[in-house]
Design a protein around this ligand. Structure first.
Ligand code: NDP
Ligand code: 2IT
Length: 449
């Protein structure tokens, strides 16, 4: 195994997020590689860590002052052995090839776990939608799609949203695709309800994350009822996670964004959540404004130089990181442990550093890894594609009940795989093994491609 990590490192020594994801996954599938020599003979792991294709392109656009701006766009098509490439588009100034390769690699395993026929990809641009007018965002999306359209398609590669890409951006991207291709298809998911979208898709990642946590607890005769919860982020995944937690009787106390976090000791109820949704999705404001509306809550700013995030110093029994990668480091993990945290369930992609994850798991704290716990998002994207293919729209209850079944299936197969490979109760190892085997077997069947 170490030779795969060394090769990946020698090829791309600066891609720290990608190398982190590869090391995490490859270390945890070691028991499977040890007992399956065919995988080594057929170079399965070596092929899996090399993207099938990376497309990089210039995205020129005019801002409102008629100045030319230039961003860099990407699509990393990692693996389509079990279905069309599938994964989000991220618009954030931090976007680079390393982050997108890590997200695409995670998608290969996560999408396989859902049991749906979906390969893995990720894309985006180093464009910051914050502070841009709707017209600027539209022009950017149109220019981005003016190149991306050549590479995607309902049976080829199906993008979705991710950080910085929500319903507004998906609308502009889909509109441009439709015009360029003269075709109305399921090529993008997360579409509006009136034009091919699925009920529950906006909520799916967060709802699924809470269903996964509920499954982990049920396996230990516990529930979410009455538990205090810390959530990071205040975007799509954080909002839906909060809603489902509140509906299931838990007490949500925090939200954050990249500038800081709010702490509401009284608990965030559905009315307060509605305020946050309007603030973040419509007014596009900052989470600090929560305390103007609810003065009993407190706001604490954060800066990138801080060694730890004060959000994780609050006392909460359950923790749901729903913002971004590596947002819980070793020091944050120690703070959580000192406050007696009982469960960490990842709504975001790779929110714990490898060190933080090890610290949390070594303490025996229940840990739901992102590629299992947040797989509800891409699973319902798969259900959106199914509805597009049969030209029907299912009722919300139907989609939600399918989501619940999928999340229970993911939970149970992860647990069974962890058990069968000598790591009982280790969802992280279980998730990686289940996803890896599914893709590896398809690659074996299909030859050296
Ligand atoms: P959104 O853009 O809707 O929300 C992102 C939230 O995270 C915002 O509150 C944002 O704050 C905060 N954030 C972003 N970057 C940072 C940072 N560097 N430091 C601190 N906070 C930050 O994105 P989503 O909710 O869609 O995505 C959140 C996470 O969930 C990502 O890891 C994504 O990969 C994952 N995910 C998303 C799914 C989906 O369907 N959308 C499905 C499964 C997982 P600010 O406004 O200041 O940027
Ligand atoms: O990280 C994720 O799972 C997503 N951003 C959603 C991807 C998808 O294709 O639904």
């Amino acid at each position: 195994m170490t030779h795969i990590l060394h090769d990946a490192h020698d090829r791309d020594p600066h891609e720290k997020e990608f190398l982190q994801a590869v090391a995490d996954v490859m270390t945890s599938v070691q028991p499977v590689l040890d007992k399956t020599p065919e995988y080594r003979h057929h170079g399965i792991a070596r092929r899996m860590v090399e993207p099938e294709r990376i497309i990089t392109f210039r995205v020129p656009w005019l801002d409102d002052a008629q100045q030319v701006r230039v961003n860099r766009g990407f699509r990393v098509e990692m693996n389509n052995a079990i279905g069309p490439y599938k994964g989000g588009l991220r618009f954030h100034p931090s976007v680079n090839q390393s982050i997108l390769k890590f997200l695409a690699f995670e998608h290969v395993l996560k999408n396989a776990l859902t049991t749906m026929p979906l390969g893995g990809a990720a894309g985006g641009a180093d464009f910051d939608p914050k502070g841009k007018s709707d017209a600027e965002v539209m022009r950017f999306c149109q220019s981005f799609m003016a190149e991306l359209f050549r590479h995607i398609g309902a049976d080829t590669d199906v993008p979705e949203g991710d950080i910085g890409v929500g319903s507004r951006e998906i609308g502009y991207l889909f509109g441009m695709y439709r015009k360029l291709c003269n075709q109305f298809s399921g090529v993008i998911t997360g579409k509006g309800l009136g034009w091919g979208g699925s009920l529950i898709r906006p909520e799916a990642a967060g709802f699924g994350c809470v269903y996964f946590a509920a499954q982990m607890l049920a396996a230990r005769n516990d529930t979410l009822e009455g538990k205090t919860c810390l959530i990071s982020g205040s975007g799509n995944v954080a909002q839906a996670t909060a809603r489902k937690l509140i509906e299931m009787g838990a007490k949500v106390m925090t939200f954050s964004d990249s500038s800081g976090h709010i702490y509401d000791e009284q608990g965030i109820d559905l009315d307060k959540l509605e305020f946050v949704k309007r603030l973040k999705n419509i007014r596009r404001g900052r989470i600090s404004e929560y305390v103007d509306q609810y003065p009993d809550a407190t706001y604490t700013p954060t800066t990138p130089e801080m060694e730890s995030n004060p959000l994780w110093e609050h006392r909460g029994q359950f923790v749901f990181p729903c913002a971004t990668q590596n947002e819980i480091n070793a020091q944050d993990a120690y703070h959580l442990i000192n406050n007696n945290v009982k469960l960490v369930c990842e709504g975001a992609s790779m929110p714990c550093t490898s060190q933080a994850r090890t610290i949390i798991m070594d303490k025996g704290i229940l840990y739901g890894p992102g590629n299992a716990a947040n797989a509800g998002g891409v699973a319902v994207s798969g259900l959106e594609l199914t509805q597009n293919s049969i030209r029907l729209t299912w009722l919300g209850d139907e989609v939600d009940s399918r989501l619940k079944i999928i999340m229970k299936g993911i939970h149970d197969t992860c647990l069974a795989a962890a058990d069968a490979n000598g790591h009982p109760g280790n969802y992280f190892i279980g998730a990686n093994i289940v996803g890896f085997i599914k893709v590896a077997e398809a690659m074996l069947d299909q030859g050296v491609i």
